[in-house]
Design a protein around this ligand. Structure first.
Ligand code: LHQ
Length: 283
């Protein structure tokens, strides 16, 4: 289980509030961030609600993803506090008649999903427990998923008469193809971490108590890669499905041209020729 207690935790709060109070970080905020070198860990922190989304958590995640844009952050981990990863919308907010859901999605969920895809660096979901509904979509919006053995993946939408949202229909279709994606999303059945791994949704499954250290290890490995080329690789794959081969070849040519202008390309070639390990700076 990942906790940020052992790391340097930063309270995610509106800048004005931070500046006004100079308040030290607390662990009661709905989203926590912690830095270890070039890795930023974002922890969804409503453990008593299995990290279900409410307005404050959207806001906190938005601020954390802004923090992740810093040049000296070269890999990001998103995980959940307690026994859940994220179970999507906090349904207790819908005891009375729901408000305008489309607007809630546009203003709460969409900016964070788009922000993850816009980050020019790898984002790793460390799925420590249930990923359900929009929490499943969030995990699938990340570039890699590492799961604890006891994690479950639940397309909870259909179980309450809803459709996949927050990018779920996009990412899960892309990960699984139509047949499996439709069967899973329309049946609502829980997938174990092992089954999610067998289906290719999850990159790796580890023992529960090893999740935090393994996610940190993977993130640290990415954090010393040529970050700009990693970001451009993400960009290439994001657009690949909607481009023709000719268009994709052209985008590859343009991004490769940009890649050859980076310090890391020069360092990579020099290290190869000098028969030494490269030291990439992410520039
Ligand atoms: C919860 C929740 C939850 C509140 C568990 N809310 N309390 C976006 C925008 C607008 C409109 C609607 O939709 C969306 C997107 C969505 O995300 S829709 C889908 C919303 N999520 C769900 O429907 C998931 C509902 N939860 C479950 O199916 C199960 O709880 C899972 C499979 C996630 C976990 O099962 P268990 O491990 O057996 O735990 P549990 O069911 O016993 O839950 C533990 C507690 O967490 C329990 O509260 P309690 O007071 O009894 O301990 C649950 O009520 C609460 N909880 N999900 N989304």
């Amino acid at each position: 289980m990942i906790t940020t207690q052992s790391r340097e935790c930063a309270k995610i709060a509106p800048m004005a509030e931070v500046e006004a109070t100079g308040a030290p970080p607390t662990d009661t905020e709905p989203v926590l961030t912690g830095r270890e070198g070039a890795v930023l860990t974002i922890t969804l922190n409503r453990p008593d609600k299995l990290n279900a989304f409410n307005g404050a958590m959207h806001e906190g995640l938005r601020a954390a993803l802004r923090e992740a844009r810093a040049d000296d952050v070269r890999a990001v981990v998103i995980t959940g506090a307690g026994r859940g990863f994220c179970v999507g919308q906090d349904l207790t907010e819908f005891r009375d008649a729901p408000d305008d859901i489309a607007e809630r999605l546009r203003t709460g969920y969409h900016p964070n999903i788009l922000a993850i895809r816009a980050l020019e660096k790898p984002v790793i979901a460390a799925v420590n427990g249930a990923a359900a509904g929009a929490g499943l979509s969030l995990a699938c919006a990340c570039d890699l998923r590492i799961a604890a053995d006891s994690a479950v993946f639940v397309p909870a939408f259909i179980n309450i008469g809803l459709i996949p949202d927050s990018g779920g229909s996009f990412f899960i279709h892309r990960l699984l193809g139509y047949s499996r994606a439709f069967e899973w999303m329309a049946s609502g059945r829980r997938l174990s971490a092992a089954r999610a791994h067998a289906w290719g949704i999850v990159n790796e499954v580890v023992e529960d108590e090893e999740l935090s250290s393994r996610a940190a290890e993977i993130a640290a490995t990415f954090a010393v890669m040529p970050t700009r080329a990693v970001g451009m690789t993400k960009r290439l794959f994001d657009g690949a499905a909607s481009r023709t081969l000719e268009e994709q070849l052209e985008v590859e040519a343009q991004l490769q041209s940009a890649a050859t202008k980076t310090d890391d390309f020069r360092e990579g070639v020099a290290a190869f020729l000098e028969k030494r390990d490269p030291s990439f700076t992410g520039r």
